[in-house]
Design a protein. Structure first.
Length: 175
């Protein structure tokens, strides 16, 4: 018997018993080595039922006097093209809702029960087009601080790993 498809129950029950892909769509590429190493550390720890996949979105160049709106529109188009058709969209934005780790674990558990893949969207240097935010199922703030986009990747991967360990009653997270 092969690996179950998305939404199928696993024999062991795994993490809520469902296979869900966690996509991170991040505007930006050519990250420093420490970002790739930190991100990689947490993605390799994830159980196979909740693997993390990074999709890097090419940022639009500001050359030629392009306005912020033109940059947003080009990046919005690339984000929309990269999003799976029926996924839960979680847009990261400093004005989004603050979640504790336990609240994130509850959200993740609900998404897993729904059997749909989840896409976390990280904007570029100019932020995100308002339509990307409007079409998100959730608007989430990792922090009210403005964070480097590479650091957001690492923190997001760690928090997803931590949320999974909470769901699995693993001792990684301590209250």
């Amino acid at each position: 018997m092969g690996r179950p498809d998305h939404g199928q129950e696993t024999k062991t029950g795994g993490t809520c018993g469902l296979i869900v892909k966690l996509l991170i769509l991040a505007v930006g590429h050519k990250m420093p080595a420490w970002v790739n190493e930190g991100f990689g550390e947490y993605t390799k720890r994830m159980p196979r039922e909740t693997r993390i996949e990074l999709v890097e979105i090419k940022p639009e160049k500001r050359a030629g006097g392009k306005t912020r709106e033109q940059v947003h529109e080009a990046e919005r188009s690339r984000i929309d093209a990269a999003l799976p058709a029926d996924c839960v969209r979680v847009v990261l934005d400093e004005h989004g809702k603050d979640w504790s780790t336990l609240e994130l674990a509850d959200e993740l558990k609900d998404w897993m029960r729904g059997g749909r893949d989840v896409a976390f969207v990280i904007g570029g240097a100019d932020g995100l087009h308002p339509e990307v935010k409007r079409h998100g199922n959730r608007l989430w703030s990792l922090s009210r601080l403005t964070l480097p986009h590479g650091l957001v990747r690492v923190v997001l991967a760690e928090q997803l790993y931590r949320a999974v360990t909470v769901i699995q009653n693993h001792p990684y997270h301590r209250e």
